[in-house]
Design a binder for this molecule. Structure first.
Ligand code: HEM
Length: 388
């Protein structure tokens, strides 16, 4: 029969704005599909996505995780686009900063910032859950923990979002994003430098690791950028998606408010049903069988995190938002050696904001909502809510 070929463009505006109906069709079509338009294999089901993520030797990140030659040609600068053993030495530096014990040390800071911001917004009666809440919270928290200079913080999300767009195929959105990507790199090279980073914080510690010979000096800007690029826009999407889901499901919000022991489960369910990162790619290092298909060496494989999390083979009624299901097996943080190093911090941020909201808000009403298109992410552009 051969591998089913896709006649739709997965990176078109229509699909990016609401990818889930398309994902359902892809899962129906097969475990491995082929997109002639972008010369890439597409993996929409849970088991195969997990398999690809877990086997870094066959499905390598070292030739990039994007879908165009320009982005993939820059692989190796940070951590995301490396394979072991280089990956492991760089990862060790970030791991020491983000292990649960370290994240726990920041619990009070995360909670205080959330209470301060949420109290102010709730007093206003209505606010934009993206621009007024998720965006300022995530940027401030990660910037402070990283010790980034104040100057330039206001541009970080816009530039990080552009950087994620460069992971797509060579479409208009990708081409329009290179300028933002360059600005982000310039920020890491000229602004977030050792002289300007706050001593004792994550950014400065990365440069110290280079002085100690743990990582190469050349890798430092890329590692500081890993925090800015991967650690802000993603959490903005997660926090605003949570507010959106609870606005649409007041019964689930009431349940969480009355039983905070459901918080971890609720956060996992938000991440499962609305994954901030939707798709990355790998390159195939040897001919390999995936499900019933044989992929040639050198092929590009796009894994669809957002589709895997809605796979009916894995999750019962996957489109239903249910904060009691605690889906700890969701793939929103990836799997294997590249599993999100900031997962613990992201979850703590989400919990801090939801806790502060649960103490003060009985009900959200979504007044206005729009989604934005991004080649790699999925999230809200704007979500105006009025609160009771
Ligand atoms: C809800 C928020 C977040 C989501 C959904 C998310 C998602 C992901 C995913 C899917 C990957 C794996 C990529 C791959 O397999 O190629 C990843 C890697 C990564 N994430 Fe996150 N992330 C989030 C928050 C954060 C935060 C808060 C930080 C840091 C402050 C962070 C830093 C990183 C880094 C440095 C990597 C690369 C890890 C490696 O290559 O070993 N992320 N993230």
């Amino acid at each position: 029969m051969g591998i089913p070929e896709l006649d739709i463009d997965l990176w078109s505006d229509d699909v990016l704005a609401d990818p889930y109906p398309t994902y359902a069709r892809l899962r129906e079509l097969g475990a491995v599909l082929y997109s002639p338009r972008w010369d890439a294999y597409i993996v929409p089901r849970y088991d195969e996505v997990r398999r690809v993520l877990q086997d870094w030797e066959t499905f390598s990140s070292a030739q990039g995780v994007g879908l165009n030659d320009r982005a993939n040609g820059m692989a190796g600068r940070g951590i995301l686009t490396t394979d072991p053993p280089l990956h492991d030495t760089r990862r060790r530096v970030l791991n020491t900063q983000l292990v649960p014990r370290e994240v726990a040390r920041h619990h009070e800071f995360l909670a205080d910032e959330a209470v301060r911001l949420v109290t102010m917004l709730v007093d206003r009666g209505s606010f934009d859950a993206v621009a007024d809440l998720a965006h300022p919270y995530s940027v401030q928290v990660v910037s402070d923990l990283c010790g980034l200079p104040i100057e330039g913080r206001e541009h970080l999300i816009h530039r990080a979002s552009a950087a994620f767009d460069t992971f797509g195929p060579d479409n208009d959105r990708c081409r329009g994003a290179w300028e933002g990507f360059r600005e982000l790199y310039d920020y890491a090279t000229y602004f977030a430098t050792p002289e300007r980073l706050t001593p004792g914080r994550w950014g400065a510690e990365i440069y110290e690791a280079a002085v100690d010979g743990v990582v190469e000096p050349d890798a430092c800007p890329g590692l500081v950028l890993a925090y800015v690029w991967a650690g802000m826009d993603t959490t903005v999407n997660a926090i605003s998606a949570a507010v959106s889901l609870f606005a649409d499901h007041p019964d689930q919000w009431a349940m969480l408010r009355s039983d905070r022991s459901l918080m971890t489960s609720a956060v996992n369910e938000v991440l499962r049903i609305q994954p901030p990162v939707q798709r990355f790619t790998r390159s195939v290092t040897r001919e390999v069988r995936l499900a019933a298909e044989v992929l040639p060496e050198g092929a590009r494989v796009a894994v669809l995190f957002g589709s895997a999390n809605r796979d009916e083979r894995r999750f019962v009624e996957p489109d239903r938002f249910d904060i009691t299901r605690n889906p700890t097996d969701h793939l929103s943080f990836g799997r294997g050696v590249h599993r999100c190093v900031g997962a613990g911090l992201a979850q703590e941020e989400m919990k801090a904001v939801l806790d502060a909201l649960a103490d003060r808000v009985e009900r959200f009403d979504a007044v206005d909502r729009s989604w934005r298109c991004n080649n790699a992410l999925h999230g809200l552009e704007q979500l105006t809510v009025s609160v009771a």
